[in-house]
Design a protein around this ligand. Structure first.
Ligand SMILES: [Zn+2]
Length: 180
């Protein structure tokens, strides 16, 4: 095999920040000095990636907290529609005598939730990781409103305000509800 420049290069330091003629250190492609420097550079890169991840996580947690607060406030501002419920002798005939009558001060019952789409955004994935959301049946991530007992009016107001805060932050979010 003829001696080539390439073969000579494979024995000297491959430091990319400046030319270096020092021999390589052991199995490293760098000289002793640059091996240490490369290791420090790598550690700094990992640290900055960790810092970026931490600041993203903090931003997600802050957004969630603000959305939750807006949801709670919106729900508390709602006065549920008091419902009078009547039970007829014949449940299939509204003209049959009323045998029981009671008041539901909390109004109609139901569920509400917020759908975040798409489900693979950084925020959506954080929701799942933090235990705030789960995959929705038709795609996206679903955040359930578990507060306000069974009041669909309060839950809906909560979901709407929550979704509104997310949308202001550039996250696609929709509030949904259904009667029990
Ligand atoms: Zn070197």
């Amino acid at each position: 095999m003829p001696h080539t420049g390439l073969m000579t290069d494979s024995t000297t330091c491959a430091w990319d920040m400046a030319p270096c003629r020092q021999p390589r250190s052991g199995k490293s492609k760098y000289c002793v000095t640059h091996k240490a420097e490369a290791r420090e550079r790598w550690k700094r890169m990992i640290a900055s990636q960790d810092a970026a991840r931490e600041s993203r996580t903090a931003a997600h947690a802050d957004l969630f907290a603000r959305a939750h607060k807006a949801g709670m406030e919106a729900a508390e501002a709602v006065t549920p529609t008091t419902m009078v419920v009547e039970r007829h002798a014949n449940p299939l005939d509204d003209n049959s005598p009323v045998v029981e009558r009671w008041v539901e001060p909390a109004g109609p019952c139901g569920f509400a939730w917020v759908l975040v789409r798409p489900g693979n955004s950084s925020f959506a994935r954080w929701l799942v990781k933090a235990g705030h959301g789960r995959a929705a049946y038709n795609g996206g991530i679903q955040v359930w409103v578990s507060e306000h007992r069974q009041s669909i009016e309060r839950k809906s107001a909560h979901a709407a305000a929550f979704a509104g805060v997310l949308r202001e932050a550039g996250v696609k979010a929709y509030s949904q509800s259904r009667l029990d």
